[in-house]
Design a protein. Structure first.
Length: 335
């Protein structure tokens, strides 16, 4: 699962490799319907009870005072709660919120972590995510460091994990309030687009290998965002690569999306102009109709609280007539 912001192609490919060990090019089939269950906007959610490896979570008996975040989406969860004074270090790619981005970094641009540095910080809670840090989790646990590895998943799971972090850090009330507010925002967005037709959409994760782009497919949080935004993920039926299949140009042409959403940072390939220069892509409706849009990768490619902002951007891009206000500035941002 891609949990980190796409700040470089090197990191993206590393994370995608973790998802599926060896990704192979495949031609996904276009989907005209989606069977993904929309985000529950009224249901009372509960914290997760098992970690990424299906091991029951052990909740501390006292509030942790020295917390280390090893992935940026977890940093954003921490930043959404009254915990910034208790976080002592974060990973290299944490760039939001500003207060956490200024903390000491315990990893580098290649996603290599300094275990010795982490231990020297004397953390009483280290938060990790999915398989992204699996090898370091084991090293830290062997050094008697308390590590909680949150499972990767979709927007619904993100909301549950906010509650989990709240329970782990004794900020349950703030976490419950945060989740209720996010659910309300999701419900408002869904209501605005509920009566619209569902356009075919492709969300591109990476195009560093010409002719073989990585996309958001079935099982990814982007796939669920599209459902909530009342769109159809053209690669919904392709669940390879842990939800991030690598497809061919021919598969894209066959799927023929009406909207093409780019999620890379402009500095690392997220260029709308460059898409129109791709060989043969002029046959795709999204290009014919000039509906190629880049959305801030931190919002749509990082499974944290700001996925709801990503949902707002996505819904407004594919259903502009349903919204009276201009597209929020954060949709085109880089942080």
């Amino acid at each position: 699962m891609r949990s980190q912001v796409i700040s470089s192609r090197h990191l993206l490919l590393a994370l995608l490799a973790v998802c599926a060990l060896f990704l192979t090019a495949c031609g996904g089939q276009a989907s005209t319907t989606s069977n993904v269950t929309p985000t529950p906007t009224q249901a009372a959610l509960q914290p997760v009870t098992t970690d990424a490896h299906n091991v029951p979570l052990v909740f501390p008996s006292s509030a942790p005072q020295r917390i280390v975040s090893m992935v940026p989406n977890v940093s954003e969860i921490l930043g959404s709660l009254p915990l910034q004074g208790r976080v002592v270090a974060v990973d290299y790619y944490t760039n939001y919120p500003v207060a956490l981005a200024a903390l000491p970094k315990i990893s580098d641009a290649s996603a290599k972590y300094n275990v010795e540095q982490i231990v020297q910080l004397h953390p009483d809670l280290v938060l990790t995510y999915g398989d992204d840090t699996k090898q370091y989790d084991s090293q830290l646990e062997n050094l008697h460091v308390s590590v909680v590895n949150l499972p990767s998943g979709d927007l619904t799971l993100v909301l549950r994990e906010i509650l989990t972090v709240g329970k782990l850090t004794f900020t349950q009330d703030a976490a419950s309030k945060e989740v209720a507010q996010l659910q309300q925002q999701i419900g408002q967005i869904e209501a605005k687009v509920a009566a619209t037709s569902m356009p075919k959409v492709m969300i591109e994760a990476d195009d560093s290998l010409p002719g073989k782009p990585y996309v958001f497919g079935g099982g990814s949080f982007g796939d669920q965002l599209l459902t909530d935004a009342h769109g159809v993920d053209v690669f919904h039926n392709d669940t390879s690569g842990g939800g991030f299949p690598q497809v061919t140009d021919e598969a894209v042409f066959s799927a023929n999306p009406q909207y093409l959403i780019l999620t890379e940072d402009p500095a690392y390939g997220g260029s709308v102009t460059a898409v129109y220069q791709r060989n043969g892509w002029g046959v795709v409706d999204a290009l014919k109709q000039h509906q190629v849009v880049r959305i801030n990768s931190n919002l749509i490619g990082r499974p944290g609280p700001r996925l709801v902002e990503g949902l707002q951007c996505l819904a407004q891009v594919i259903h502009p007539a349903s919204f009276t206000s201009a597209l929020p500035a954060y949709c085109a941002g880089t942080v």
